[in-house]
Design a binder for this molecule. Structure first.
Ligand code: GAP
Length: 482
């Protein structure tokens, strides 16, 4: 697998992602999607929406605003408890997350084969996370284990402090009349507060789900690893409302579906695993993450959480509005339990880029070269097809443009007539275009074209009028090369 720097450099060079406001020196942990990145992101988002909403007649969507009444965040617990345990290295002035330092120490012990020590430290870590004063307990571990600062190598730490991650803003023109608002740190609360509206207007009965894709903001202090941890990012969340008591079945069902979704997107199954939460939130009765093995180690992509009736009950309490449901099947009235699936869109993009990135030797003898290919699932690729006239004359551009126009009715397509065909293939390989269609002299004479497959590099000659159907069939049948 490529290292992260390679992915960052390709992303910038080819226009997937740019650091935000780079001409001013950039803005930490904020990134902008370029022309290819925005297409990739749209495709991932659409596949999620189709899998979650369009494929389930009991899941519907909403699109709530980023700004919400500030009491929402009091009720949800974010004002009081949405924080990270931070610690400063006095030598360098750099700030770290205490929990991540300890996780790093555990990983180091495991790597050295000291599995007993790693297990003991892991047990102590879990205990600390669940302690009343988790910050102090984590700080004590760092001291006892003599964990050094990763960058400076120093062992000169401040105390651990809890730092709230929500960004604040204000509404109102005059400072004295302004009231504090928050940029939402998760999309989920927009779903909870509309639970009743949606159930009634969409005529849904429990069990049913509400899905949403949208921006979320967190003032991540330790924001590294490219788009893995951002201050502004997008989440794709679904809250599934169930009868109390049936949440574990729903939890198992959605966990299975979510893992299958990642695999169906072409992510290698051996790079995905489940990770049970070390610390359950006080309101949760089960929680686990889908993790992917990034170049910087195994990390969370998606969380599946069984959140009981905590959120709806809290909103009921703080708003004074009943959020109960009358179940016509059982004639009971209850506050539904919720199973949540929550995946980061940007993190999924980073996983898709890392997983697709391949370098391979091609050619023979002294004519070998390294080609860089993004082996995306073709349904995710920014361009589904590239169309080339072999040369810019003899009627080839006209035929090529006609093929391009036909494909554009269904797919995102690019046209390229510059340079040798081999170089044009390499350009498309590097951005993951699964199909290259070349129009040559025979095409002008008999209406056939060659279609070159990105992964096998095999070429097939087919009638130009069949290309659209051919690509459609190939996408449906696509499976990653073994
Ligand atoms: N509503 C539940 C919730 O927000 P979470 O585990 O805090 O749960 C869910 O976040 C997902 O959102 C994560 O698995 C991750 O993919 C994504 N995510 C969270 N913080 C992020 C950040 N700072 N940058 C990018 N993605 C993030």
């Amino acid at each position: 697998m490529a290292d992260l720097d390679t992915i960052v450099s390709l992303s910038k060079r080819r226009g997937f992602l740019f650091p935000s406001s780079e001409i001013y020196g950039g803005l930490g942990a904020v990134y902008d999607y370029g022309p290819l990145g925005v297409e990739l992101k749209r495709n991932v988002r659409e596949r999620w929406w189709n899998a979650m909403v369009r494929d389930h007649d009991n899941v519907v969507g909403i699109d709530a605003a980023i700004l919400m009444h500030p009491t929402v965040w009091k009720a949800s617990g974010h004002v009081d408890a949405f924080s990270d345990p931070l610690i400063d290295d006095r030598a360098s002035g750099r700030r770290y997350r205490a929990d991540q330092l300890i996780e790093g120490a555990i990983a180091k012990l495991e790597k050295k084969g000291r599995t007993d020590n790693a297990a003991a430290l892991q047990a102590r870590f879990v205990e600390a996370l669940n302690a009343d004063n988790a910050a102090a307990a984590l700080g004590q571990i760092i001291q006892d284990e003599e964990i050094k600062a990763p960058d400076s190598g120093a062992f000169d730490w401040t105390e651990v402090r809890q730092f709230n991650l929500m960004f604040e803003t204000a509404t109102g023109a005059l400072a004295e009349e302004a009231s504090k608002l928050y940029l939402r740190p998760e999309t989920a609360q927009g779903i909870f507060v509309h639970f009743k509206d949606v159930a009634e207007t969409a005529r849904q009965q429990v069990p049913f789900g509400i899905a949403q894709v949208g921006k979320a903001f967190r003032n991540e202090i330790v924001a590294r690893q490219f788009i893995f941890r951002m201050r502004e990012f997008e989440q794709m969340e679904m809250q599934y409302f169930v009868q109390p008591g049936s949440q574990m079945d729903a939890y198992a069902e959605w966990a299975e579906k979510r893992m299958a979704w990642h695999v169906a997107n072409g992510i290698r199954a051996d790079k995905l695993r489940w990770h049970d939460h070390e610390k359950l939130a006080h309101y949760a009765d089960a929680a686990k993450d889908v993790q992917y093995e990034f170049p910087f180690g195994w990390n969370e992509i998606e969380g599946i959480h069984s959140r009981t009736d905590y959120d709806l009950s809290r909103h009921q309490e703080y708003s004074g509005k009943k959020l109960e449901y009358f179940d016509p099947q059982t004639n009971e009235r209850y506050v539904p339990y919720v199973v949540e699936t929550s995946v980061g869109l940007d993190r999924t993009i980073l996983m898709v880029l890392c997983d697709a990135y391949t370098e391979e030797e091609v050619g023979e003898g002294d004519k070998t070269e390294t080609r860089t290919v993004l082996k995306f699932h073709p349904a995710l690729a920014p361009f589904t097809a590239a169309v080339f006239p072999l040369v810019k004359k003899d009627g080839m551009p006209e035929v090529a443009h006609a093929v391009e126009a036909d494909l554009r009715k269904q797919f995102n397509v690019t046209y390229d007539e510059k340079g040798a065909v081999g170089r044009r293939y390499r350009r498309q390989d590097e951005i993951g275009t699964p199909f290259c269609i070349t129009v040559d002299g025979d095409s002008v004479a008999d209406g056939t074209v060659t279609v070159r497959d990105r992964d096998s590099m095999a070429q097939e000659r087919i009638p130009a009028e069949n290309v659209r159907r051919y690509i459609e069939d190939k996408i449906d049948a696509w499976a990653p090369a073994a």
